[in-house]
Design a protein around this ligand. Structure first.
Ligand code: MN
Length: 723
């Protein structure tokens, strides 16, 4: 029987790791070495129990985000809060729940409010271990014969979290007090029952109490299934075996991570930067928010010869009065989910890999604000673009080691979440909490094109869900179409996965509020890789006060989207008041019956030079509507013409001329690096840059004197230079 308190056990675990570099100071994987089959069988049973808990429990939820997209996951933790094994699903949260558990332990929850058999805890506070408030954790301690032996946790993304505007990723917020319902690591139940007062508070704190209630039941059912599985394992294998097994599995996870790093990456320092735009000027509801913000996410990864991994984001721009602040816990979660998709996808996926990955997120920056008063409702808005850098950096390492097939040039931005809420003609409320963005383009690989409309960086099981299912909850907001969007795939020898669009009609409502956000003026995923191009950015397009119903009445065709913005199919096909903007951010506005709204889902970046893409492959792209014929000619140098059957064919002579012309133009435009450096240096000296860019670099220089020093040194600027 363990006699130390949880806090003592956590302190001891951290101390042992610090002293030995191994989890709990474990020197040998004794169980694995002596009885490997038994050890692997227990791991598989545990993993299987977590996956089946998720597959079963999600049917309890009524929310399409959980039930159809599977936006939940379950994990099992050591008593100290380190994950041992995980289910499928939104596994970013395996590590954020670990942070929440450790917060409770460090805050002496064992004394007050107590950590006892049958207790239920809940957390959604990003400042102590979550990504954004909409992701709600439920956690229980597991006891055997009175001894605390571990934790089970489940997380699900809510339809609505009671923020100042309806939806799950609010964009109009400027501080915590608008983020919605906060549950800061609270004990919400005892004796396997959620307290009635908590239930009442939760029901009154969100706009969609039914979904809250069923999501909570889904999480609790899942974690009880995990608990039952642990009891079964203890009965089969004995308590001592399971206790030793848990620790060994985490240590093995750490060892697998380091071995994989040694195998896949060349030691050295890898650097890149990513950016994101958040254009609030002229739109903001708060005076302090009335700026066009830009995120700067410099990323440096240092790989040691022994397999060590260190991520440093020194130089990141500042936190601020926007909802994209990302807590350290959310960055750790993102780091973890990227590692498990690119390096440890087939090993023991647990916190062992997290322990082996050192990190530094600079205090005060957007990626570690250390200020609970800020808004965290849409942390993903900055975090997703920032971590494209990690794919680029690791891919350079894979390339250097010769693992061409492991390369991924980046991923599409899972943005443009159409959100809001409204009332139907009968007065009933309906949420607009669309999650079809869980299926954007993956970046091109080193050996093949990226996946079309099938990737999300935070949930490896990407799924856009059925339009009909979304309509069941978004009952006043109907689908007119869903289709691939030409020219969204990043150009390259291998192209990025294609993005797509959906067109929606406001119908049968008394009133409807809508808003959304994605990148509009910057390439969120940086450039593509090795000559590949970034994916297309988004824009905002809707038409109000349309003649849609007249068209239907007179049986005339209505437009089905905006395949080529230059041709304006949507604007030409409908009469009405058109809103078009390169800013993809829009704060909540009112919409009425007959209004038509376009959502745009991102493609992935490309890999390699597009003029090296075989013409026959580009022809396929044109035939499939991935690229417009003029794009094929202008970017890929592949000229097509229509034959007698109106099928696209390659025009061989014109293709040869076009490819030569592209290369000749590049040669004519090229300058030696020294000339380029001189030109850019003069621009910096003159402060010749857009205001949001100047402000962004100024924030980086203020927060990090080291970064400022390097910037000035690189551009040969005087020591007293300020932006
Ligand atoms: Mn979420």
């Amino acid at each position: 029987m363990e006699t130390l308190s949880l806090k003592e056990r956590l302190t001891s675990s951290e101390q042992l790791y610090k002293e030995t570099g191994r989890y709990q100071g474990i020197e040998h994987l004794a169980l694995k070495e002596t009885e490997p089959f038994r050890y692997e069988k227990v791991y598989s049973e545990l993993r299987g129990a977590l996956v089946s808990a998720r597959e079963t429990a999600l049917h309890i939820s009524a929310s399409p985000i959980v039930r159809n997209i599977g936006e939940l996951c379950f994990a099992f933790y050591t008593p100290e809060g380190d994950s041992v094994a995980v289910s499928t699903g939104i596994i970013t949260h395996v590590h954020t729940m670990s942070e929440a558990i450790k917060f409770m332990i460090r805050q002496d929850y064992e004394q007050d409010p107590g950590i006892r058999e049958g207790d239920i805890f809940c957390n959604n506070d990003p400042d102590l271990g979550n990504v954004h408030t909409t992701d709600v954790h439920t956690m229980i301690p597991i006891f055997w014969d009175g001894e605390m032996i571990g934790w089970a946790g489940g997380v699900a993304h809510q339809v609505d979290i009671g923020a100042s505007t309806p939806g799950h990723d609010p964009v109009a917020t400027a501080n915590r007090f608008e983020d919605g319902f906060y549950v800061t690591a609270e004990k919400i139940g005892e004796h396997d029952q959620v307290h009635k007062d908590f239930k009442i508070r939760a029901q009154r704190s969100v706009r969609t109490p039914l979904y809250w209630d069923l999501d909570e039941k889904c999480r609790i059912a899942g974690i009880y299934m995990v608990r039952d599985a642990i009891f079964r394992l203890i009965q089969e294998e004995g308590l001592e075996y399971i206790k030793t097994f848990m620790r060994e599995a985490v240590e093995e996870g750490r060892q697998i991570f380091m071995a994989r790093i040694r195998e896949r990456l060349v030691p050295g320092i890898y650097r890149t930067a990513s950016f994101m735009d958040a254009p609030y000027e002229g739109k903001a509801w708060h005076p302090e928010q009335n700026h066009d913000f830009m995120m700067h996410a410099p990323m440096e990864i240092t790989i040691g010869p022994e397999g060590s991994f260190k991520l440093d984001m020194d130089g990141a721009s500042a936190s601020g009065p926007f909802p994209f602040n990302s807590s350290e816990g959310s960055m750790q979660g993102a780091l973890w989910v990227q590692i498990t998709q690119t390096l440890i996808y087939d090993g023991k996926v647990n916190d062992g890999s997290y322990l082996a990955a050192q990190h530094h997120f600079p205090p005060g920056s957007w990626c570690n604000p250390q200020n609970p008063s800020l808004a965290y409702g849409f942390a993903w808005g900055y975090l997703i673009p920032a971590f494209t850098g990690m794919f680029r950096l690791l891919s350079r390492g894979y390339f250097a080691r010769g693992y061409r097939e492991e390369i991924v040039s980046g991923y599409g931005f899972t943005g443009d979440p159409t959100q809001g809420g409204g009332t139907l003609a009968n007065g009933s409320y309906f949420p607009v909490s669309n999650f079809e963005l869980c299926a954007v383009g993956l970046g091109a690989r080193g050996t093949m094109d990226g996946l079309d409309a099938a990737y999300a960086m935070w949930n490896p099981e990407a799924d856009m869900g059925d339009a009909e299912v979304w309509e069941t909850i978004e009952s006043g907001f109907l689908y007119l179409s869903r289709r691939f969007k030409p020219d969204t795939a990043g150009y390259g020898r291998f192209r990025g996965g294609s993005g797509w669009e959906s067109l929606r009609l406001v119908h049968g409502v008394e009133e409807l509020q809508l808003y959304s956000f994605r990148e509009g003026r910057v390439f969120h995923g940086g450039a593509g890789l090795f000559g590949g191009y970034p994916a297309a950015t988004g824009y905002r397009l809707f038409v109000r006060n349309t003649n849609f119903y007249d068209l239907v009445q007179s049986q005339m065709p209505y437009p089905l989207g905006d395949p080529d913005p230059a041709r304006q199919e949507l604007q030409q096909g409908l009469q009405g008041d058109v809103y078009f903007s390169r800013d993809a951010l829009i704060l909540p506005q009112s919409f009425h019956n007959g209004d038509v709204w376009l959502s745009l889902f991102s493609g992935g970046p490309g890999y390699g030079d597009p003029v090296e893409r075989p013409p026959a492959t580009v022809l396929e792209d044109v035939r499939e509507g991935i690229y417009l014929p003029e794009t094929a000619e202008k970017v890929f140098g592949v000229a097509t013409r229509l034959d007698d059957h109106a099928d696209a064919q390659i025009d061989e002579d014109a293709t040869q001329r076009a490819r030569h012309a592209i290369i000749a133009t590049r040669q004519a435009r090229s300058v030696p690096f020294d000339t380029f450096w001189q030109m850019e240096r003069e621009r910096i000296e003159r402060h010749d840059m857009a205001e949001p860019v100047r402000r962004m670099y100024q924030e980086s220089m203020t927060l990090s004197p080291r970064w400022a020093e390097e910037f000035k040194q690189f551009w040969s600027l005087p020591a007293n230079f300020v932006l």
